[in-house]
Design a protein around this ligand. Structure first.
Ligand code: PMP
Length: 285
């Protein structure tokens, strides 16, 4: 696989990062994941815009322009012959010579930028989308700026392991009784045909797929309500689903062992997945 590191395209085994990189030492960095379908990037402008916002919130500058970023994404997709898969991008606050809590001077410590692809044939035709997924609920004990897409992913990773241990696919995180989001996706329930999802704030990541799906739902005359919902309300919903760049719209059929509806993906989730994939393929670049 050919990867990109600080201006160079290299075979992955030749790519090197300093042990002093603040991404490695302090999780001081941000990332984006963009899906590839038919060899093209899905929702790229949204991911680029969110990246700039994440960097700005952390007082970091991008080492490349957004146009260059698009060019790098395309180059990697092409060199690695990705038809279906994803592009991972990470920018960290570089590698000052020593470990120090204070941010280094960006004029002497340039940020580190890394991109790589993951090949995922059959991404759009996922078996999990046909059967639906099972989630457990766990307490949300993450920090308070979940709107910044940082590489601090230890708790979401632990949540995923807790779900696996329970024989489930993923975990929904709950704060003060209300669902915040999934470990790597935004969470939705459907009741009486109405799509309910938590409103945007610093409590959750502002999903790029969320924005697209809510826009498409409104265009399809589906009713959407952005408000907090409790995990108990979720267990009594007609259906549930999640959205993310890497799994699109994913039906949820069980929460904490409680089966939703008849235990198969709901009509709203299935329709949204179809509409989203269709629209994404049209607007992919
Ligand atoms: N919430 C969290 C915590 C996530 O990690 C992700 C995926 N990165 C999302 C939501 C979904 O965001 P997007 O649709 O932009 O992938």
């Amino acid at each position: 696989r050919i990867v990109y590191v600080n201006g160079d395209y290299l075979p992955e085994e030749e790519a090197k990062i300093s042990i002093f990189d603040r991404g490695f030492l302090m999780s001081d960095g941000v990332y984006e994941v963009t899906s590839v379908l038919n060899g093209k990037l899905i929702d790229f402008p949204g991911h680029a815009t969110r990246l700039e916002r994440s960097l700005g919130e952390l007082d970091m500058a991008s080492p490349v322009s957004m146009d260059e970023l698009l060019a790098i994404h395309r180059e990697l997709v092409s060199r690695n012959e990705i038809e279906e898969g994803l592009v991972y991008l990470q920018i960290t606050r570089g590698a000052p010579g020593d470990r120090d809590f204070a941010f280094p001077d960006p004029s002497t410590t340039p940020s580190t930028i890394v991109l790589f692809t993951q090949n995922k044939p059959g991404l759009a035709d996922s078996p999990a989308a046909k059967t639906g997924t099972k989630v457990i609920s766990i307490e949300d004990i993450r920090w308070g700026r979940r709107d910044i897409k940082t590489v601090q992913l230890l708790y979401p990773s632990m949540g995923k392991m807790m779900a696996k241990k329970a024989g489930c696919d993923d975990a929904w995180m709950v704060e003060d009784g209300f669902v915040t989001e999934g470990t790597s996706n935004n969470a939705y329930i459907v009741k009486g045909g109405k799509i309910i999802t938590r409103e945007l704030s610093t409590d959750i990541l502002h999903g790029i797929t969320r924005a697209a799906v809510l826009r498409l739902a409104a265009e399809a005359q589906m009713e959407v309500e952005e408000r907090n919902f409790t995990i108990d309300e979720a267990k009594q919903a007609d259906e549930a689903f999640t959205t993310s760049a890497s799994a699109f719209v994913m039906p949820v059929v069980e929460i904490d062992g409680v089966t939703l509806g008849n235990g198969t993906p709901g009509t709203v989730a299935r329709r949204l997945r179809e509409i989203y994939l269709e629209e994404s393929l049209k607007t992919a670049i």
